[in-house]
Design a protein around this ligand. Structure first.
Ligand SMILES: *[C@@H]1O[C@H](CO)[C@@H](O)[C@H](O)[C@H]1NC(C)=O
Ligand SMILES: *[C@@H]1O[C@H](CO)[C@@H](O)[C@H](O)[C@H]1NC(C)=O
Ligand SMILES: *[C@@H]1O[C@H](CO)[C@@H](O)[C@H](O)[C@H]1NC(C)=O
Length: 151
């Protein structure tokens, strides 16, 4: 318990002064991970505690196979896994190895493709200031390697 409290304080200190505190990121999978085509996985997207009040708006999550290059999430998704509201929640229970970030899991079936693929999301939210709401928008991606189950 003591560790949990001191880690939380450290995490809060680390965020102080960050102007990009509405950022979200992939907690699973991670850049460079290998995924098995046709398997069901939970994609975990973390949204670390913002430095001020934030109204979450939406997220769109998808994947594209990379051929000569990887299509940007800002251009297209070959597979759209989810599009809708984003509602990251703090973990109900902190199990060992987990972080303290609010997160949302999206269960998806890995497409039947083979080789490098770009996994990405588009995320928007509003930071609440003293006299206005300030829109925030980001495009985030990682590259994974999709293999067939026999490999
Ligand atoms: C993945 O989930 C879908 C929908 O729940 C299910 O129909 C399918 O059998 C699952 N696939 C595997 C490999 O578990
Ligand atoms: C969320 O997804 C991660 C990564 O797949 C998994 O480790 C974790 O158990 C999931 N948590 C919940 C509450 O579903
Ligand atoms: C993926 O994200 C990186 C930053 O992490 C960025 O530099 C790169 O342009 C993005 N790639 C695509 C295809 O959008």
């Amino acid at each position: 318990m003591k560790n949990i409290v001191s880690c939380t304080i450290l995490a809060l200190l680390a965020l102080t002064g960050s102007s990009l505190a509405q950022e979200a990121h992939f907690a699973y999978p991670l850049h460079g991970d290998t995924l098995v085509a046709g398997s069901n996985i939970s994609i975990r997207i973390d949204r670390p505690t913002p430095s001020g009040p934030v109204v979450e708006a939406a997220i769109g999550l998808g994947m594209s196979a990379c051929s000569s290059s990887c299509p940007s999430p800002e251009t297209s998704f070959e597979y759209l896994f989810y599009a809708g509201s984003f509602n990251p929640q703090p973990p109900a229970q902190i199990s060992s190895g987990e972080d303290f970030n609010a997160f949302q899991n999206f269960t998806i079936e890995v497409p039947s493709i083979s080789g490098p693929a770009i996994l990405g999301f588009l995320h928007s939210s509003f930071g609440e200031g003293a006299s206005a709401f300030y829109p925030y928008f980001e495009s985030v991606n990682i590259t994974v390697n999709v293999v067939s189950v026999s490999q």
